[in-house]
Design a protein around this ligand. Structure first.
Ligand SMILES: Nc1ncnc2c1ncn2[C@@H]1O[C@H](COP(=O)(O)OP(=O)(O)O)[C@@H](O)[C@H]1O
Ligand SMILES: [Mg+2]
Length: 338
């Protein structure tokens, strides 16, 4: 295995996911998705609703719906271990100690019939650890901002607001000191003011605890503010990946520029370089051949009928990669010649 300077916690390679009664009859949702997270990093995965972000997260945890959800291709390595072939025991440890998940709807992740206390303590019963549960629960309940933890611990989920439930979920996700938290639209169901508090908390606590975060959202604004690196997904493919800072200075893919154009506080010079996107994401059964963004792209030209691959921009930063023929000098040269 190739080793970089920082060690990768999670490496997803060429991951294609589909739904259907068999591999042959499955409709492919994602197409050879690649990304990796190193220790303590916040990677943003962004794209419009329906592009395959959640199914990617579920596949990483082997939680795709049975029996129709299936991995058609690819590999998922967690600290070098092959997740897609893990035994049930190894998977149970992975889901508690290795990776934990925070969903958009905390109410769907919590059991309505059990008190918060019971649900937090159960985490310790089902997983290996060497912590004192009382100490750890109290510590985290304080750190997620409950000045009176006992009252919240005694409560049932329906007695708490969405913001409070998401604080409980953050505490629960961190209990066993996981290496990675996958947060799938963690604040989408919350009021805007509460959203910011929860994001601050999530990013600050995971940093203090040394956990990496895969932040999944349709909201590029959140990624601009909280992630260090991002991958932009469109119709099941990663179309651009970069350090957030480099991306914000110069987004390359027309789809990514369209997402940027929707951000509220851009400079005028930046806004003039961006074009909003018309139209809708196609359904997976209607994905076009070649570049999947082509039907919505105002700059599409003949080479876009072929499939672009993710490459560093010519002469640019090697970490800033884009799958677009506009940034592929070979493609435009052959276009001019023809
Ligand atoms: N259980 C399922 N059966 C069939 N198709 C599904 C199922 N779950 C999700 N999909 C399809 O997979 C695609 C991607 O969904 P999803 O990963 O939820 O998108 P995102 O999280 O980016 O909004 C969508 O077209 C959706 O209809
Ligand atoms: Mg989703």
């Amino acid at each position: 295995m190739m080793t970089g300077l920082r060690s990768n916690i999670l490496t997803v390679t060429d991951l294609s996911i589909g739904f259907g009664p068999s591999d042959q009859e499955a409709i492919a949702i994602t197409d050879r998705v690649n990304f990796a997270l190193s220790e303590g990093e916040v990677l943003g995965l962004v794209g419009e609703s329906g592009c395959g972000k959640s199914v990617t997260a579920l596949a990483v945890l082997r939680l795709l719906p049975h029996p129709e959800g299936r991995v058609l291709n690819g590999q998922v390595l967690f600290r070098g271990q092959d997740v897609l072939s893990m035994s049930p025991n190894a998977l149970r440890e992975l889901r508690g100690n290795g990776i934990s998940m925070i969903f958009q709807e905390p109410s769907s992740a919590l059991n309505p019939l059990l008190s918060v206390r019971r649900q937090l303590y159960e985490v310790f019963e089902f997983h290996e650890h060497n912590m004192d549960p009382d100490v750890r629960v109290n510590e985290l309940m304080g750190r997620v901002g409950f000045p009176d933890p006992e009252r919240v611990l005694d409560a049932y989920p329906h007695q708490l607001s969405g913001g409070m439930l998401q604080r409980v979920m953050i505490a629960m996700a961190l209990l066993l000191k996981p290496d990675l938290i996958i947060a799938d639209e963690p604040t989408t169901a919350l009021d805007v003011t509460v959203q910011a508090q929860i994001m601050e908390l999530l990013v600050q606590l995971t940093r203090e605890e040394g956990a990496a975060v895969l932040l999944i959202t349709h909201n590029l604004g959140l990624i601009a503010q909280y992630a260090t690196r991002l991958a932009v997904m469109y119709a099941g493919r990663i179309v651009e990946s970069a350090m957030v800072e480099a991306f914000l200075k110069e987004p390359l893919h027309p789809y990514a520029k369209g997402l940027m154009a929707a951000l509220p506080d851009l400079s005028r010079s930046m806004r003039e370089r961006l074009l909003p996107i018309d139209g809708q994401v196609p359904r997976p059964q209607d994905y076009p051949s070649g570049c999947r963004f082509r039907p919505r792209c105002k700059q599409a030209f003949a080479p876009c009928e072929n499939e672009p691959t993710l490459k560093p921009k010519a002469g640019g930063d090697l970490e800033h990669r884009v799958a677009c023929f506009l940034h592929d000098p070979g493609a435009s040269a052959s276009e001019e010649a023809s």
